[in-house]
Design a binder for this molecule. Sequence first.
Ligand SMILES: N[C@@H](CCC(=O)N[C@@H](CS)C(=O)NCC(=O)O)C(=O)O
Length: 264
Amino acid sequence: MSAIRIHPPATALSVSIKHLTCNPNTHLFTTNCRNLKRSAFRRNLTVFAMSSDPLEVCAKSSITVPNRLGDCPFTQRVLLTLEEKHLPYNLKLIDLGNKPEWFLSISPEGKVPIVKLDDKWIADSDVITKTVEEKFPEPPLSTPPEKSSVGSKIFSTYIGFLKSKDAGDGTEQALLNELSTFNDYLKENGPFINGKDISGADLSLGPKLYHMEIALGYYKKWSVPDSLPHLKTYMKTVFSLESFTKTMPLTEDVIEGWRPKVMG
Ligand SMILES: N[C@@H](CCC(=O)N[C@@H](CS)C(=O)NCC(=O)O)C(=O)O
């Protein structure tokens, strides 16, 4: 196991005064609150804030480079959530091919991500991101229920196509259908799933699209067709977010991570 401490950059610590006033988990770096409030409310000043303690996150380690974050899209979703909420965290990198006893004692299923919140280890990216949203509501990242399943079939159809050994079995078409539906959705409702602002559904889908792009490019010489321009723009936008570039896996890890599924 190795631990990496992530400190958000100064820019990432910057949050709006509006958020600070309703988030009990942040502390103002100021000595004169009365003056700050007066002027800040008028001009919506940006001030510095910091979450109290770094969160502990167990994540998959790279299998190609020592002491580096690996290629789990569920872990990246959680890290993106913490980054977008400007929450500091410590990474504990787990070799999933040789899981240590201490990890198995806190993650009985042996899966990452797990995150320590209020002294309790929580598993599953759905549960973790929901709990983080409740505990650290600012900036809000929840996706309205009616939009939260947009694009949710893409990952399973991608895996079907990736594993397919028969070019005519319809798995490529099934993926294209899902991508095309998502492209049309973005055209009407984008640029993000919830409109103009990024939300949890994008932070879940983004890492999966990243895996799809790399793995299908490598194993099938396949890429998103030009006939889906809104999807292409969406992928480019999400992949270039600062939170994404800070948490994304190495291309080699994605390729190696999917190899057993392709070969099996
Ligand atoms: N539903 C879980 C899935 C987590 C999951 O499948 N993680 C994989 C790594 S990406 C894992 O830990 N697999 C265990 C193993 O490879 O032994 C979530 O959303 O967090």
